[in-house]
Every structure is written in structure tokens, then in C-alpha cells.
Design a protein around this ligand. Structure first.
Ligand SMILES: Nc1ncnc2c1ncn2[C@@H]1O[C@H](COP(=O)(O)OP(=O)(O)OP(=O)(O)O)[C@@H](O)[C@H]1O
Ligand SMILES: *[C@@H]1O[C@H](CO)[C@@H](O)[C@H](O)[C@H]1NC(C)=O
Ligand SMILES: *[C@@H]1O[C@H](CO)[C@@H](O)[C@H](O)[C@H]1NC(C)=O
Length: 267
């Protein structure tokens, strides 16, 4: 992205500090009392369309915290695709690299990349035989408990287990591994601090935890890009806090807080 000279510099021309490569998905949500049997038609009591996709969720959370963001993805050439592009614009996300295609697009893993921004890799959905280069090329490798289990074949159900799994991922060449643990916060291991460290979070009353992981990853990308001098532990404490806010309201992107709604000491 080239920035033009002169004083009339617009945000679209500014270089994005957080670039997300990942999926944009439209969620079609029907609320029903029970699941239908095969071939059965049942009544639902509510229907709504939501914006989702792990890549876009992370991008929206980073943008709402004030990051200049760009979403690299492909959506269909259809009304959902048009609406999604509008949603990205509404969130002040650059759509310069958001493409539309007549073929269906699928999201697999999401990667956050920029030449100056560190590479934060979220291996979702996880596959056991992940290309080994993803470990060595990520500055921060961040996954949840079940992804850590798939990647390491270890059971991960406590901070101590997560520490062991993180050490296995470190042996594959990661510089920093973060494993999120829901209400238990997260565990981190890094080359500079090789002993696993548990970063707990405040217990909150969870209303809807959908998308908590993406809120966490988006917040971490924001801190890596905008507060590089913060210690990793401090970034993780703040990301825990922001993800905890997101679980206290319903919806995925709908529950992601904006900077204006958060305590000033997070910035
Ligand atoms: N009940 C909770 N109370 C407080 N914080 C929570 C809670 N659930 C999740 N979090 C926060 O969100 C982060 C990510 O949660 P989690 O490990 O469940 O991710 P995830 O499994 O990828 O989420 P999801 O798949 O639901 O989007 C945690 O590290 C924590 O900071
Ligand atoms: C971890 O993330 C995956 C998506 O890759 C999701 O399917 C799974 O439910 C999450 N695990 C937990 C423990 O929340
Ligand atoms: C980060 O630290 C470096 C070196 O200590 C300093 O030069 C720089 O101004 C700091 N940046 C910010 C954003 O605080």
C-alpha cells in the first residue's frame, strides 16, 4: 500500500499494522428447541445472520481496539459476500485485499502477517501433520486446548498439561507458544523464558464463549503491533481480560468490545 504525499492522507492509504489472512464466514443461526431428525421439519423461534470466520473475527477484535487492519481473504460473488465486505468496512478494516470469486471459498487456518508485525499463527482447525515450517516461521504460535492435543497427541486439560504440550511445540522450533485454557486463562513458554508460565484470568460469568479464542488472538495481535515494548506476560494478561469481556455477552463479533468501552489502563 503506497501512502501519497501531501496533507490529505486518508486512513485507507496508511499501512496496516495488523494484516489477517484467514476466513470470512457468514453464520446462519436458527434457534430451535431441539435438533430435527433426518428429513424432519421443525419450527424455530429465532433466526439471525452473523458475521464469523476465525480470521475475520480476529481482525474485527484488533480493529475495535484501534488497530489499522487489513483483511486478506476471498468471499463469494453473492449477497453474503457483498454484506461481508460491507461489515469489514463498517469495522474500519481495509478491504483492499478482500476478493470476490464465483467459486465457494473455505477457511482453514488463519495467519496474521506483516513484514514489521510479528507472525502470530493460530492453527485452527488443527491437523496432526501440520507442515513443520509453521512452527519455525511463527513468532508466536497460539492454540487452544483441543488444538494442542491434536498437534501433540497429549491430553491437555489443566495448566500443567498445557505447559507440557507447549514444551513439545517449542521443540518443533517455535519461539513462543501460547495455549489458551478458557476460564483458566492461558499458558506461555518462550525461548527466553523456557519454564511454562500460567497466566490466570479473573473468573467471570460466561454468557456465550463462542469466538473467545479469536477475541484473544485479535487482542494479542493488537498488542504485538501497537505495544511491542510490553512484556509478553502483560500482553497475555490484557488479552485474557479482553477475551473475558467477550464471553460476557452473546454473539461472536457482536460481543467483541471496542476500545471506548474498555478501561484506559489496557492501552
Ligand atoms: N469463562 C471464561 N472466563 C474468563 N475468560 C474466558 C472464559 N472463557 C474464555 N476466556 C478467555 O478467552 C480465551 C480463549 O478461550 P478458549 O481457550 O476457550 O478459546 P477457544 O477454545 O479457541 O474459544 P472458542 O472456540 O469458544 O472461540 C482464554 O484464554 C481466556 O482469556
Ligand atoms: C478450539 O478451537 C477449535 C477450532 O479450531 C474448536 O473447534 C474447539 O472447540 C476449541 N476447543 C475448545 C476446548 O474450546
Ligand atoms: C520501546 O523501547 C525502545 C527502546 O527501549 C524505545 O526506543 C521506544 O521509544 C519504545 N517504544 C514505545 C512505543 O514505547
Amino acid at each position: 500500500m503506497a501512502a501519497s504525499g501531501g496533507s490529505g492522507r486518508q486512513w485507507q492509504e496508511e499501512v496496516a499494522a495488523v494484516v489477517v489472512v484467514g476466513s470470512c464466514m457468514t453464520d446462519l443461526v436458527s434457534l430451535t428447541s431441539r435438533l430435527p431428525k433426518t428429513g424432519e421439519t421443525i419450527h424455530g423461534y429465532k433466526f439471525f445472520i452473523g458475521f464469523g470466520g476465525k480470521g475475520a473475527n480476529q481482525c474485527v477484535q484488533a480493529a475495535r481496539l484501534g488497530a489499522k487492519t487489513s483483511m486478506v481473504c476471498k468471499v463469494g460473488k453473492d449477497s453474503f459476500g457483498n454484506d461481508y465486505i460491507e461489515n469489514l468496512k463498517q469495522n474500519d478494516i481495509s478491504t483492499e485485499f478482500t476478493y470476490q470469486t464465483k467459486d465457494a471459498a473455505t477457511g482453514t487456518a488463519s495467519i496474521i502477517v506483516n513484514s514489521e508485525v510479528k507472525t502470530l499463527f493460530n492453527p485452527a482447525p488443527a491437523i496432526a501433520d501440520l507442515d513443520p515450517r509453521f512452527y519455525t516461521l511463527s513468532d508466536v504460535f497460539c492454540c487452544n486446548e483441543s488444538e494442542a492435543e491434536i498437534l501433540t497427541s497429549l491430553t491437555v486439560s489443566s495448566p500443567a498439561d498445557a505447559g507440557k504440550a507447549a514444551l513439545v511445540l517449542m521443540e518443533r522450533g517455535c519461539q513462543v507458544v501460547v495455549i489458551t485454557l478458557g476460564a483458566e486463562g492461558c499458558v506461555v513458554v518462550s525461548q527466553t523464558e523456557p519454564a511454562p508460565k500460567h497466566i490466570p484470568t479473573n473468573k467471570v460469568k460466561a454468557v456465550d464463549t463462542t469466538g473467545a479464542g479469536d477475541s484473544f488472538v485479535g487482542a494479542l495481535a493488537f498488542y504485538l503491533a501497537y505495544y511491542p515494548n510490553l512484556s509478553l506476560e502483560e500482553m497475555l494478561k490484557r488479552s485474557n481480560f479482553i477475551a473475558a469481556v467477550s464471553v460476557q455477552a452473546a454473539g461472536t463479533q457482536a460481543s467483541y468490545p471496542y476500545k471506548k468501552d474498555l478501561l484506559l489502563d489496557l492501552f
